[in-house]
Design a protein around this ligand. Structure first.
Ligand code: AMP
Ligand code: ZN
Length: 112
């Protein structure tokens, strides 16, 4: 079982900020900004390359949940960033898709 499947199963603890039937969101263990939340589907999908049309609704839910979490923290107007890393050049380390939600400081562009 992958790391995030273990968190979803409750085998590894996480600081959860949201959960429903299809998604969980928890604080990143190594935060890169004052808000650094990961929005994770309960279904295991390894990378963005593995998405199919059947996942379109799920990815929409992830995106809207990211926006809702940012809004709850007060960052809707000031701004925040959402990121999916895919494979080696993007530095993907956990092969279960997750949407990073970062905010609370100015975020440089372009990213490193
Ligand atoms: P990525 O590089 O996009 O695959 O991001 C993986 C993220 O998962 C990194 O930001 C890690 O800090 C984070 N991470 C790794 N292990 C844990 C954990 N046990 N709980 C929460 N976040 C984690
Ligand atoms: Zn998994």
């Amino acid at each position: 079982m992958c790391l995030f499947c273990k968190i979803i199963a409750g085998d590894i603890p996480a600081s959860k900020v949201y959960e429903d039937d299809r998604l969980v969101a928890f604080n990143d263990i190594a935060p890169q900004a004052p808000m650094h939340v990961l929005v994770v589907p309960k279904a295991h999908v390894a990378t963005l390359n593995d998405l199919t049309a059947a996942h379109d609704g799920l990815v929409g839910e992830m995106t809207r949940r990211a926006a809702a979490i940012a809004a709850d923290r007060g960052y809707a107007a000031s701004g925040y960033r959402t990121v999916f890393n895919c494979n080696a050049d993007a530095g993907q380390a956990v092969f279960h898709i997750h949407l990073h939600v970062l905010g609370g400081r100015p975020l440089a562009w372009p990213p490193g």
